[in-house]
Design a protein around this ligand. Structure first.
Ligand code: GDP
Length: 312
């Protein structure tokens, strides 16, 4: 069993590669839910949904939403003069409706999202990090706003002055998450934003202890490719958190947790086993290859013989 911690882009792409390598029965993805938002009367879980769409091979080429989706509902809302800054396609919205219906009937977020996973015909598990609500708020220009508003309305352009995870103290890892971590052969921290995607997962009280107690090696894949992040505001959030750009910053972000790191840089003094490999995942073959490399590196660590030599 492989457990992957993921946000909605880098981690999701790696999870898709893992699916090819280990198969659905062996794959559990633990997803950030601090980007969740209630809008248009539904509960949207952007990261769990993107992971699910990736695993279903239904992700749109924009990197979010469902391929080939239509926009009738957004058009109707726009005609009605209703704000539509958060764009949800019709099929995407249908998945959110399924989740919301189950939540309103009293289901846990884990089970409600499980219905979305099944609706997308995905057999791997995609688990919210917790059932309790956690919401990222970003402070910029002297004002706090929900994460999605900062990303979409403000286009993540303003200088970040603060970050808050509302509800984090009340959150707990779910039994399913704890079981996945305890039973894993390898635990992989995907190449997601370490501050706002992986950060909230690790901040759930009890999560770090569970990872430290796990028998499996914990390996991170760096989101830096050729020294830069591929997409999204990882760099400004890392700068805000006082983390250096590049793999050194990733090692610092996960201090005390990692048994190894996969990245495309040679680090002078990493302080842990490093597997140097290409980590760009822009097609199925490269996603599969990064997943394979990561898992064989983790297997070497588990046997106590880290494979630290360079690969290409
Ligand atoms: P979000 O939830 O959509 O913001 O996405 P994540 O936090 O999961 O992912 C954002 C990170 O994914 C960025 O830092 C990117 O550098 C990283 N990323 C995207 N594509 C790739 C890739 O092909 N390889 C690697 N190594 N990182 C990637």
């Amino acid at each position: 069993m492989i457990a992957v911690l993921a946000g909605g882009t880098g981690g999701a792409k790696l999870a898709r590669g893992m699916l090819d390598v280990v198969g659905a029965a062996e794959l559990t993805v633990i997803a950030n839910t601090a980007d969740d938002v209630e809008i248009y009367g539904v509960h949207v879980s952007p990261d769990p949904d993107l992971i699910t769409y990736w695993l279903a091979d239904r992700i749109d080429s924009r990197g979010f939403g469902i391929a080939g989706d239509t926009w009738h509902l957004m058009d109707a809302l726009e005609d009605a003069g209703h704000p539509t800054w958060f764009r949800l396609g019709d099929r995407d919205l249908a998945m959110c409706l399924i989740r919301t219906e189950h939540l309103r009937a009293g289901a846990r977020l884990t089970d409600a999202h499980g219905h979305v996973v099944r609706a997308m015909r995905v057999d791997a598990r995609v688990l919210p990090m917790s059932d309790e609500p956690v919401r990222t708020e970003v402070r910029a220009e002297g004002r706090s706003r929900p994460f999605q508003e900062f990303m979409i309305v403000d286009r993540a352009a303003a200088r970040i002055e603060g970050l808050e995870l509302r509800g984090i103290d009340q959150a707990r890892p779910t039994p399913e998450v704890l079981e996945a971590i305890a039973g894993a052969e390898a635990i992989v921290i995907g190449p997601s934003n370490p501050v706002i995607s992986i950060g909230p997962i690790l901040a759930v009280p009890g999560m770090r202890d569970a990872l430290r107690a796990a028998a499996a090696p914990v390996v991170a894949v760096s989101p830096f490719v050729g020294g830069r992040t591929v997409k999204g505001p990882t760099e400004p959030f890392m700068a805000f958190a006082g983390l250096e750009r590049g793999a050194t910053g990733i090692v610092a972000a996960y201090e005390g947790l990692l048994d190894g790191l996969v990245c495309d840089e040679r680090l002078a003094d990493p302080g842990l086993p490093v597997c140097v490999a290409d980590t760009l995942m822009d097609d199925p073959a490269s996603r599969r290859s990064v997943a394979e490399t990561t898992l064989s590196f983790a297997a070497g660590l588990a046997r106590g013989r880290p494979e630290t030599e360079a690969r290409h």
